[in-house]
Design a binder for this molecule. Structure first.
Ligand code: XUL
Ligand code: CO
Length: 438
């Protein structure tokens, strides 16, 4: 029995003129852009926790989602749910997925039982991956839901919580490897604080560094070759999360000697919660060599929390795709829809509309980004803006030859500086709009 009976076969590309709500207008998986298929550029992924497990509850009301395949929270039902998920992935043509250990399989009464539950569901995930060719983008462990993590996991004041979290991540790494995952993500969960009065911040940060270090060691020991990611988020659930933004995460990774092993997973809504734009976070991470993966969603700028909505803003996806193209695109990561349908959009069909819309929004962003790059004006104008660095004193500084003394001599001789030129911000913006609305 189909869980999505309205969608008879996989959603197909029909082109921009199509008015079919169950067709792609811009995402044409096998079409090549800059020599690479759209499928390989975008590497779409669905998040198990939202797509299969979000019930729609909020602080004011319980679940609203109509999910006819759901039953008791048993392993058998978890296995059945996996099949629904793969039907969903096939029908949306999404080639990857991501999960937390505890959203694919129920937590048992002991770690042993939890691990057995996980194994039973991983078996079905593996079968479905083999049947469909769909792959695991990354795995992760839920180190925030269970009350044992009320003070955090790796940063808990309770050393036993650290130990339990380590045991949980050990298993999560094993199953991620078993499923051929191309990555493993650390998101801070409750790694942060509510008040500094009761917090030994330095000790907590040291513990987090140590936790990641032994995770990396264990990955090596079991031959897990996937890429580790660290996902910035400034707040929620704690008041201050240690993984605040890309800059804080990179500083943390460098401080604890983890920079060779861990890249970043940048999430749009987390960027806005940190008071940044996602393009700032992506550009910053990529410029520092930490471009890993993306959790694709969007927030509501009028609300101060993580609403995890589906991306529909082409201006934003265009900027993201320009950065991705500039830095050579994803190696192991992808665009993982860490997004959930609104609690009012409670029918299974809404899951399809949401993902199809998100995919088309990124596909259109990619097309326009490639067009802008082909046109070349933006790159030329940026290059021109920095042309004083290509020769003369600029080149001397960049090549490391200049000192304060030689620069003083240069200025004294010159008597001033070459005239500044306009930054042309409005012209840049106009040119982008010209490409967007051709
Ligand atoms: C939470 C969040 C997580 C991570 C994975 O805001 O984004 O779902 O992506 O743990
Ligand atoms: Co995320």
């Amino acid at each position: 029995m189909s869980a999505f009976p309205e969608v008879k076969k996989a959603v197909q590309y029909e082109g921009p003129q199509s008015t079919n709500n169950l067709a792609f207008r811009f995402y044409n998986p096998d079409e090549k852009i800059e020599g690479k298929t759209m499928k390989d550029h975008l590497r779409f992924s669905a998040a198990y926790w939202h797509t299969m497990r979000a019930g729609g509850s909020d602080p004011f009301g319980g679940p609203t989602m109509f999910r006819p395949w759901e039953g008791k929270d048993t392993v058998a039902n978890a296995q059945k749910r996996v099949k629904v998920f793969f039907e969903f992935l096939e029908k949306t043509q999404i080639p990857f997925y991501a999960f937390h250990d505890r959203d694919i399989a129920p937590e048992g009464d002991s770690l042993k039982e939890s691990n057995e539950n996980l194994d039973a569901v991983v078996k079905v995930l593996k079968e479905e991956q083999e049947r469909t060719g769909i792959k695991l983008l990354w795995g992760t462990a839920n180190l925030f839901g269970n009350p044992r993590y009320m003070h955090g996991a790796a940063t808990s004041c309770n050393a036993d919580a650290f130990a339990y979290a380590a045991a949980q991540v050990k298993k999560a790494l094993e199953v991620t490897k078993e499923l051929g995952g191309s990555g493993y993500t650390f998101w801070g969960g409750r790694e942060g604080y509510q008040t500094l009065w009761n917090t030994d911040l330095k000790r907590e940060l040291d513990h987090l560094g140590q936790f990641m270090r032994i995770a990396v060691d264990y990955a090596k020991e079991i031959g897990f070759k996937g890429q580790f990611y660290f996902e910035p988020k400034p707040k929620e659930p704690t008041k201050h999360q240690y993984d605040f933004d890309a800059a804080a995460c990179i500083n943390f990774l460098r401080t604890y000697g983890l920079e060779k092993h861990i890249k970043l997973n940048i999430e749009t809504n987390h960027a806005t919660l940190a008071g940044h734009t996602v393009e700032h976070e992506l550009e910053f991470a990529a410029s520092q060599g930490f471009l890993g993966s993306v959790d694709a969603n969007t927030g509501d700028l009028l609300l101060g929390w993580d609403t995890d909505q589906f991306p529909t803003n082409v201006y934003e996806t265009l900027k993201m795709m320009l950065i991705l193209l500039k830095y050579g695109g994803f190696k192991t990561g992808g665009l993982n829809f860490d997004a959930k349908v609104r609690r009012e959009s409670f029918e299974p069909l809404d899951l399809i509309y949401a993902h199809v819309g998100g995919m088309d929004t990124f596909a259109l962003g990619l097309r326009i980004a490639a067009d802008i790059r082909k046109g070349g004006e933006i790159a030329r104008m940026v290059k021109e803006r920095y042309s004083s660095w290509d020769s003369g004193i600029g080149l001397e500084i960049e090549s490391g030859k200049a000192t304060f003394k030689t620069l003083e001599k240069y200025v004294l001789k010159k008597g001033g500086i070459d005239a500044n030129k306009s930054g042309r911000q409005e012209l840049f913006e106009n040119i982008i709009n010209r490409y967007m609305f051709k």
